[in-house]
Write a protein that binds this ligand. Structure first.
Ligand code: C5P
Length: 414
């Protein structure tokens, strides 16, 4: 499956002679599995008809800000901008490029570009002298700095009869570059992660429990960062109010360690993960019996006998594939390196993320963390104090490095 499969592409077509090639661009994208909605500038319609592009894309083509003057309906440029995973402008004329730089809204396409939340890719097409003019070069540089990806034009014979750089990239190169670009945006597409997060609550009776102060913030940040990089994340969370809204995250909320274990096993029965990250602060023990209903104060026992909880991470790590990258967390009091090394072995992890509650700003109830990545006695990488989101990025970088080494062929689009 190529990485254009299922992608939603808003294709902007502007008034260049290269607009005739947009028909082939639409065909290439649709053949690769993408959904395409075309927005044409009025100029583009001089070169190719909406009927052609509408037929090839299988979707209505939009070009006017007002759909129908008499009915008073307008084209919802905001909806179009929000629908797309990317806006691809191919061909992009000097006129539309300068409109993008200035933030003008005098065509439907420009208003879509102004309201789009998704990234933008442009494939410029113009005559050699227009392309090399300082205005165009400056505009492209400004757009590049704003994060717009530019598919460089080809050098060759131009419609004017001149020869030089300015000819729009051929449709198959546009498809290839767009595929590459999507992959660079979501380098972990095709991989799956299983994350446990948050505390667990072990009931004493219907209202009282044994738990801990874990917020679930670090696990949530890791889930979001991995999902942004394209991973499908099974996220099993103990009670936590930290949101993890992302289409790539499948969240299951649980209360107890036993529920967390069952949810992890259910996720694995569906599909085995390529990376396991145990951030959960699982209660080590649970009351041997739970009192039904709410016990009256006078009925509370003097002592509660406890039984150990299963080690969820060790259980998961015993059944995943050998290529799976397995990460555990260890919360230490003081220097916990010895304990981290023991956990590395006992839980069959490839790496332990060590954090210490005695480090200022680290551990539970902080928005920051200070961690060491412990791979073995000879390799411990230390990081400075940073936000939990930044720690998640460091960890995601490591997950990415490991997965591309361990299972490179799983990456979508290869
Ligand atoms: O043994 P300890 O609790 O210190 O180990 C911490 C690591 O093991 C964390 O990654 C935690 O999520 C995981 N763990 C687990 N199940 C337990 C205890 C810990 O998955 N019962």
């Amino acid at each position: 499956m190529g990485s254009l499969s299922g992608r939603r592409i808003v294709l902007g077509v502007t008034g260049s002679i290269a607009a005739y090639k947009s028909a082939l661009v639409v065909r290439e994208l649709v053949k690769a599995g993408a959904q395409v909605r075309v927005v044409m500038t009025p100029g583009a319609k001089e070169f190719i008809t909406p009927l052609t592009l509408g037929t090839l894309s299988g979707q209505a083509v939009h070009s006017a800000l007002t759909e129908d003057r008499d009915s008073g309906t307008w084209t919802d440029h905001v909806e179009l901008g929000l629908w797309g995973d990317v806006v691809l402008v191919a061909p992009a004329t000097a006129h539309t490029l300068s409109g993008m730089v200035e933030g003008r809204g005098d065509s439907l396409l420009l208003t879509v570009l102004l309201s789009a939340k998704c990234p933008v890719v442009v494939a410029p097409a113009m005559d050699r002298d227009m392309f090399t003019h300082a205005a165009t070069t400056d505009n492209l540089e400004t757009l590049r700095q704003r994060g717009v990806h530019i598919i460089e034009p080809d050098t060759g014979e131009l419609a004017s009869g001149l020869s030089g750089k300015g000819r729009m990239a051929e449709p198959d190169r546009i498809r290839q570059e767009l595929t590459e670009w999507f992959r660079s945006q979501a380098p972990l597409m095709g991989y799956r992660a299983l994350i446990t997060s948050g505390p667990t609550r072990e009931p004493i009776d219907a209202v009282r429990f044994i738990g801990n102060r874990s917020s679930g913030r670090q696990g949530a940040a890791i889930a979001l960062e991995l999902a942004r990089r394209g991973m499908l994340v099974d996220y099993i969370s103990g009670p936590s109010s930290i949101p993890t809204d992302h289409p790539g995250i499948r969240r299951v909320d649980v209360e107890t360690a036993l529920d967390m274990k069952a949810a992890a096993e259910a996720a694995m029965a569906h599909a085995l993960p390529d990376a396991v990250i145990g951030t959960a602060a699982v209660a080590d023990v649970r009351p041997a019996t739970t009192i039904s209903g709410k016990a009256a104060k006078t009925d509370l026992p003097d002592a509660i006998s406890m039984v150990p909880n299963p080690d969820i991470l060790a259980g998961i790590n015993a059944v995943v594939s050998p290529e799976c990258f397995k990460v555990g967390f260890a919360l230490a009091h003081g220097n916990g390196q010895e304990a981290a090394l023991r956990k590395l072995e006992a839980k069959n992890c490839d790496m332990i993320v060590l954090n210490s509650i005695t480090d200022k700003g680290a551990g539970f109830e902080h928005t920051t963390n200070r961690v060491d990545f412990v791979y073995g006695p000879d390799r411990i990488d230390s990081f400075e104090l940073k936000t939990k989101e930044a720690v998640a990025e460091d960890l995601a970088n490591e997950v990415q490095r490991q997965l591309l080494l361990r299972a490179p062929l799983k990456q979508s689009g290869r």
